[in-house]
Design a protein around this ligand. Structure first.
Ligand code: NAP
Length: 280
């Protein structure tokens, strides 16, 4: 059994999760790093413990928790990082795609917390990786934004409900981070694409939305450093904004709808579609 600091971090095969695992190792943690295929976690370190975890399915999460409880005595830092963006117009989404988005991005973090709570002693910290997209909703990102908004709300309840047990909860409001996020979002969009979509003529705008976060993005290593610094701090904040555009986009989200809607409508070609359909 390990008598040192232990971190459990989901989604470590790429992007922010990979950088968080590396940062936690650098700070002396044992890191239980998860991905659907642990061989995709290309880090190599004696304190790294790669494990398979598919967050898409509740029984797999509870099975996973049962096995790590046998191996590891406690968990000092749980980072709910894994997630992806389902980018498509709501009219093109089927219920199962929407359910999977919610399962991975906001139901799984709660399931994982419940399943590992007995490992979280007073002083432990739970970090939920949220997004500016929880506040700034754009066309073609409704399901992703809704899943992150739900995660933000769940985080609030989690923080208050875990306080009596001495467990701290930190919400990360992330802006753009260099990762495979855009690649996966584009893949999901491609899988849903239908020739009879009412938005077929502006498919380029949907593709732009899917890869938007990757055009000007922060280095994940720098973001991971900020996150673990905050999580380890004796005065752990309740919320932390990180990465490119997090402040500016949060400000933009407060604009009145009569100003914001036309700007977003132009940016994502809905304005042109409306004109083409003669609904000006
Ligand atoms: N990149 C950005 O600009 C940005 C901005 C705001 C918030 N975020 C958030 O940051 C977090 C990390 O994303 P990233 O940008 O680093 O993207 P990424 O490079 O695509 O990494 C996502 C990670 O999540 C894992 N994952 C996805 N679906 C999963 C599932 N069903 N079960 C288990 N693991 C799953 C992936 O593992 P597999 O190898 O198993 O697919 C991968 O390790 C996400 O929560 C995302 O919403 C990102």
């Amino acid at each position: 059994m390990i008598d040192e600091k232990i971190a459990l971090i989901t989604g470590c095969s790429s992007g922010l999760g990979y950088a968080l695992a590396k940062e936690a190792l650098d700070r002396g943690f044992h890191v239980i790093a998860t991905a659907r295929d642990p061989q995709d976690i290309t880090l190599n370190h004696p304190r790294l413990h790669p494990r398979a975890l598919d967050l898409g399915c509740e029984p797999r999460i509870t099975e996973f928790a049962a096995t790590i409880k046998e191996e590891f005595p406690h968990c000092d830092l749980l980072i709910n990082n894994a997630g992806y963006g389902l980018m498509a117009p709501l009219l093109d989404l089927n219920a199962s795609a929407l359910q999977e988005q919610f399962q991975t991005n906001c139901i799984a973090p709660v399931t994982l917390l419940r399943a590992t709570m007995s490992m979280l002693n007073p002083g432990a910290t739970v970090v939920n990786i949220g997004s500016v997209s929880a506040r700034l909703v754009t066309p073609f990102a409704g399901s992703y934004c809704a899943s992150k908004a739900a995660l933000h709300a769940l985080n609030e309840a989690m923080r208050m409900e875990l306080a009596p047990f001495g467990v701290r909860v930190l919400l990360i409001r992330a802006g753009a981070i260099k990762s495979k996020f855009g690649q996966r979002a584009s893949r999901e969009l491609g899988a849903l694409a239908r020739p009879d979509s009412r938005y077929a003529s502006i498919a380029g705008a949907m593709r732009r939305r899917a890869s938007l976060s990757q055009t000007r993005a922060a280095a994940p290593d720098k973001v991971a450093h900020q996150i673990i610094d905050a999580a380890e701090s004796t005065r752990c904040p309740r919320e932390l904004g990180v990465a490119k555009g997090n402040r500016l986009l949060a400000l933009f989200s407060h604009l009145p709808r009569r100003i914001k809607d036309p700007l977003l409508s132009r940016q994502f070609d809905l304005h042109a579609l409306r004109r083409d359909l003669g609904n000006d």
